[in-house]
Write a protein that binds this ligand. Sequence first.
Ligand SMILES: O=C(O)[C@H](O)[C@@H](O)[C@H](O)[C@H](O)COP(=O)(O)O
Length: 234
Amino acid sequence: MAEPEFHRYETREALAEALASGVAAVLAGAIATEGVARLAVSGGSTPKRFFERLAQAEIDWADVTITLVDERWVPEDSERSNAAMLRRHLLAGPAAAARFVPFYEPSAMPEEVFDTLNDRFHRIGRAFDVVILGMGTDGHTASWFPNAPGLAQCLDPATDDTVAIAHPPSQDEPRVTLTFPLVVDARFLALHIEGEEKLQTFAAAKGEGPVEEMPVRAVLQADRREPLQVFWAP
Ligand SMILES: O=C(O)[C@H](O)[C@@H](O)[C@H](O)[C@H](O)COP(=O)(O)O
């Protein structure tokens, strides 16, 4: 198991620039060798600056499929929608030409459309070229929340499902998320965190303890050829 590679930046702007240029290079490489590239990004508030820099990259965005690592089960007119945030900050400028695959379907509960979602994400193709994860100060990543109902399905290393549903008590709505195998199969896998509190959380997650208590541990402990790339700024 390769140790994570930790990249520390003086400012969040410098981090956004570096991460955006690294991701653009990986996507351009995938397009050059395979004709297509697949990118999955997390929502939340941290990635906005990074999205805005990446959106300006001069690559063949028409050959790129972009999706989310996870979504809150809300329509895109909700301020909680990751898809809406991604459309606003990433699907702009040159990157507007990319194909975006969202999660949300108008249904009361995600369970009603699980097969539709599972099939949709199977169709994207098995391995993502790039997956960008965020992390909460509770040690969750994606929508893999500590001890949440549905967490086992999210983390099952043997599942063929591409998506899982979680009902974290700490969250206002159900969550849908990519499953563990799809995330850790990514060629370039990065964890993008900012601030002192998340640095402490990361340090705690690297320590001993159950994965269920800090699900980001599943990524830190994953047996990958390429090391996890951690991007941090104060
Ligand atoms: O839907 C989400 O919220 C994300 O996908 C989630 O995993 C996020 O990366 C962390 O919660 C960090 O969120 P912040 O960037 O807002 O701290």
